[in-house]
Design a protein around this ligand. Structure first.
Ligand code: C5P
Length: 133
C-alpha cells in the first residue's frame, strides 16, 4: 500500500578532516559524470537513518553514523523528496562500488565541482559545514 507520506531519498554529507566526500554518477546519461552526495531511496519500513546507512554500505562499503539534517528538502519530479544528512564515518575507506569515482573535496574544489542539479541547492550549506568542521 502507498503511504501518504512522500517517499524519501537520503543523501550523505560525509565530512572528515575539513573535506566532503563526493561520488561521481554512472547514469542515467544526463547525470553521468556529475558529482553527488552518495545515498538512495529509503525503503518502506526503514527509518531514514537506517536506509541511508544501508545505502552507504552498498555504495561505498563503509559503516556510518547518520546525524542531523543539512539544507532544505528538494522535491523530486517523481513525487519523492530528497534530504541530506550529516554523516560520520565509523569504519572503512569509501570505495566507488556503484559510482565511477569518489573524491574528497575542500571548499574551493566543492565550489568548482559539477554537481548534479538537485544537489546544487545545498552548496551554501555544505560550504558552511566545511568551514565549521
Ligand atoms: O541514486 P538513486 O538513483 O537511487 O537515487 C534516486 C533518485 O534521487 C534519483 O532521481 C537521483 O537522481 C536522485 N538523487 C539526487 N541526489 C543525490 C542522490 C540521489 O538527486 N545526492
Amino acid at each position: 500500500m502507498q503511504s501518504d507520506e512522500a517517499r524519501e531519498v537520503g543523501a550523505a554529507a560525509i565530512v572528515a578532516g575539513g573535506r566532503l566526500l563526493l561520488a561521481q554518477r554512472v547514469g542515467p546519461p544526463e547525470l553521468a559524470g556529475l558529482w553527488e552526495l552518495p545515498g538512495g531511496k529509503i525503503e518502506p519500513g526503514e527509518t531514514p537513518a537506517e536506509g541511508l546507512r544501508r545505502e552507504l554500505v552498498e555504495e561505498l562499503g563503509v559503516l556510518t553514523a547518520v546525524g542531523g539534517r543539512v539544507g532544505a528538502d528538494v522535491p523530486l519530479p517523481n513525487g519523492m523528496v530528497l534530504r541530506a544528512y550529516r554523516v560520520t564515518l565509523l569504519d572503512g575507506e569509501p570505495a566507488a562500488l556503484e559510482h565511477s569515482a569518489v573524491r574528497w573535496v575542500g571548499p574551493a574544489e566543492l565550489s568548482a565541482a559539477e554537481l548534479v542539479p538537485n544537489d546544487r541547492v545545498w552548496l551554501p550549506d555544505l560550504l558552511t559545514l566545511l568551514r565549521v568542521e
